[in-house]
Write a protein that binds this ligand. Structure first.
Ligand code: SF4
Length: 413
């Protein structure tokens, strides 16, 4: 340890110079963060370090955002208030899905249902169909339930507080904070994965995720602009939503998981992870426990130019989505027991197994499906709970990605 000094003490000393201009809450949060530094920094690194006042970070961040904000379909031009409907729709779609994928879906939804009232009057089937391909289908169900609740209980107008928003289906703490800040200027900081990464690096948070979430939330709040009265109805200077979006943009374009572009970062002067040269090691993460591989069989049955399908149960994984008949998906399943769960169809003497398997990774487990095919005569009836649909109109069905792969494989030559 020769030549090393505890970073925490020197950093504290440097930053004390700026205590008089720091807001009290921000200062407390920083102290909390400093207590979590467990590493050390070399003396030369500290000597070179130019420490920016923590109080300056919100302004630096907003200045950077004003120059570099991303143009996104749900974002209004600078200085205009965001539409709560667009913010909500985009935030639900962006959960577990990237901006590039979400863009066209967002535009499609907006063209079909321009406001929450229109969406609240749509059928769940239509919403699921429009959502097909975006994955994590419980979001679509909640989206619809939320629109119905806003229409029925709030006259088609979103509540403008975090508490009110959280009472709606499918709106958790993050989404409520995002809508409250971005659409209503409430002084709150939503913390998504991008913001977690920026904050954990900036303050070198040593606690692993997910345990670090409350601490990161508190530290992220120190990056909000200084205005206390910033609701939409009040202070026009409100920039809580811009602070949040600035951090989101920074995490997505500069403070990336690999090779962050620190030279372009407005907060690089006092980013502890950067000073240590350990950017990519934050956020700290507990080792992953991945689910066991599950196996099953899928049965692609054609009757002329029609395909046999059914709807999955309303509750659970891929709830209500369309699928071809299949077996259970189990870790200890062999081919024979999966094949025994084939649908009972007159005219099918034997199933032909297609070469290879379809693989798909769900959040909690990877899946491997063997695909069996068969054709039945024109008059064959669909077993109970199943139906025939023309292959040409499969695009109108709420097909999850895994089933698209299965059908393409089963119908392929
Ligand atoms: S300096 Fe680098 S690691 Fe630190 S917040 Fe900026 S981009 Fe991220």
């Amino acid at each position: 340890m020769a030549g090393l000094v505890p970073a925490i003490h020197d950093l504290s000393r440097c930053e004390k110079k700026n205590v008089d201009v720091r807001d009290k809450r921000g200062h407390d949060m920083e102290r909390l963060a400093l207590r979590n530094y467990s590493g050390f920094m070399t003396a030369p690194a500290l000597a070179k370090k130019k420490v920016t006042s923590g109080a300056a970070r919100p302004a630096l961040l907003l200045a950077w955002y004003d120059r570099h904000r991303r143009k996104l379909p749900w974002r209004p031009p600078a200085g205009e208030w965001a539409d709560p409907y667009r913010v909500w729709l985009s935030e639900i779609m962006l959960q577990q899905t990237g901006v590039k994928t979400v863009g066209p879906y967002f535009e499609k939804f907006l063209a079909r249902w321009p406001g929450v009232d229109a969406l609240g009057r749509a059928s769940l089937d239509d919403v699921l169909r429009m959502w097909a391909g975006l994955g994590y289908y419980s979001r679509a169900r909640n989206l619809h339930a939320c629109a119905v609740a806003v229409l029925r209980d709030h006259g088609g107008i979103f509540p403008d507080t975090e508490e009110g928003l959280r009472s709606l289906p499918g709106i958790g703490p993050y989404t409520a904070a995002a809508i409250a800040a971005i659409a209503f200027g409430r002084r709150t900081m939503p913390v998504d994965g991008n913001i977690e990464r920026v904050v954990s690096r900036l303050f070198a948070v040593e606690v692993s995720l997910p345990q670090a979430k409350p601490l990161i939330q508190q530290l992220a709040a120190t990056l909000l602009g200084a205005s206390e009265n910033n609701s939409r109805a009040g202070d026009e200077e409100s920039r809580a939503g811009d602070s949040a979006q600035a951090l989101m943009d920074l995490g997505s374009s500069i403070c990336t998981p690999k090779k962050p572009a620190c030279a372009l970062c407005p907060l690089n002067d006092d980013c502890v992870a950067r000073l240590r040269g350990e950017q990519e090691s934050y956020p700290r993460k507990a080792p992953k426990k991945s689910g066991a591989l599950r196996r099953g069989a899928a049965f692609v049955v054609t009757r002329g130019d029609q395909l046999l399908v059914r709807s999955r149960p309303e509750k659970g994984l891929l709830g209500g989505m369309t699928e071809v008949p299949g077996s259970d998906w189990l870790a200890a399943q062999d081919d024979q027991s999966a094949l025994q769960q084939a649908p009972a169809l007159k005219g099918v003497a034997r199933w032909h197994r297609k070469a290879g398997v379809i693989t798909h990774v769900f959040t909690h487990f990877p899946l491997e499906l063997a695909v069996y095919i068969a054709s039945v005569p024109a008059r064959a009836r669909a077993p109970e709970g199943m139906r025939w649909v023309p292959v040409a109109t499969l695009g109108d069905e709420a097909l999850p990605n895994v089933m698209r792969k299965v059908i393409a494989h089963g119908l392929g030559k």
